[in-house]
Design a protein around this ligand. Structure first.
Ligand SMILES: [Zn+2]
Ligand SMILES: [Zn+2]
Ligand SMILES: [Zn+2]
Ligand SMILES: [Zn+2]
Ligand SMILES: [Zn+2]
Length: 283
């Protein structure tokens, strides 16, 4: 389904009644699409939203909105409501956005400080470098750039971005193990012995396994990591602390804890695999 934003003008003020005061208080906290939906509810909401610039300064389209396909044209309409004062532009997985669409928005909004466009596969490294260069022409307000999941990022691209931003302001780096431009993780454990050894434990996800809970490196020795019920890796400490399936004794990581199947008359849970296993057994 294509999303249409009605373009109403403020000139016709024949509507009666203003939204309640509290309406303005909640506006900055509403997610983008709720705002757009509300803007279509009635004329007084539309007028109020068009007048309320604060609501439009931080545009966030994240995982929750993945199925809404934002196009260049729709993005332009949404961002134009910030009247050139856009602070945050977060577009995750918006596959229809092109370099051209992004540059149009950047050209009109020189003060963006957060540009997160992970997995926007319609964007190219050149397009992103162009956008950051354009932002740097002004006061260099950009402090956070996230481009993980953009195709064909090379070391040369990254070097050019490093001439515009500090390395810690960009989410990707060069993995010391495979030499690819990707997300590179450090071990949070100060006392990690592997940090000091020749090989180290800094690396991308495909080079170094990490505990899903604490990010610590795992899996160098056979018996060191444990698999969670969700098949993520866990370190021993985190594995011990998490609640376990009453049947197979495997825990879920926090992210996947919603998969716990609760049993009647019991305070515990079973994992999905065991839950369906049990039911098959009864049939
Ligand atoms: Zn790697
Ligand atoms: Zn851990
Ligand atoms: Zn480590
Ligand atoms: Zn289980
Ligand atoms: Zn998990």
């Amino acid at each position: 389904m294509e999303m249409e934003i009605s373009h109403e003008t403020n000139q016709d003020s024949s509507n009666t009644g203003q939204p309640h005061e509290s309406f303005y208080l909640v506006l900055p906290y509403l997610p983008l699409f709720e705002l757009l939906a509300m803007a279509e509810v009635c004329r007084s909401f539309t007028d109020a939203l068009n007048d309320d610039i604060l609501s439009w300064l931080n545009i966030v389209v994240d995982e929750k909105h993945r199925k809404r396909r934002i196009s260049d044209g729709i993005l332009m309409k949404i961002t134009s409501k910030a009247t050139g004062r856009l602070n945050t532009l977060v577009l995750i997985n918006c596959t229809k956005i092109t370099d051209h669409g992004l540059q149009d928005v950047i050209a009109m909004n020189p003060n963006i400080n957060k540009l997160h466009v992970q997995h926007c596969i319609g964007l190219t490294p050149e397009g992103i470098i162009g956008a950051v260069t354009m932002l740097n022409l002004h006061d260099a307000t950009l402090t956070s750039l996230k481009i993980n999941g953009i195709f064909n990022l090379t070391k040369e691209h990254l070097q050019r971005l490093h001439s515009l931003l500090k390395p810690d302001q960009i989410d990707v780096g060069i993995c010391p193990k495979c030499d690819e431009v990707t997300m590179v993780y450090d071990c949070p454990l100060e006392t990690c012995e592997r940090k000091r050894t020749m090989r180290g434990c800094r690396g991308c996800k495909s080079c170094v396994s990490r505990c899903e809970e604490c990010g610590k490196c795992v899996g160098f020795n056979e018996d060191e990591d444990s698999e969670a019920a969700c098949e993520d890796k866990l370190c021993e400490d985190c594995w011990i602390q998490l609640p376990k399936c009453g049947f197979c004794n495997k825990p879920y990581c926090t992210n996947h804890a919603y998969k716990q199947c609760l049993l009647p008359n019991s305070s515990g849970f079973v994992c999905e695999a065991c839950y369906y296993g049990i039911h098959q057994y009864q049939i």
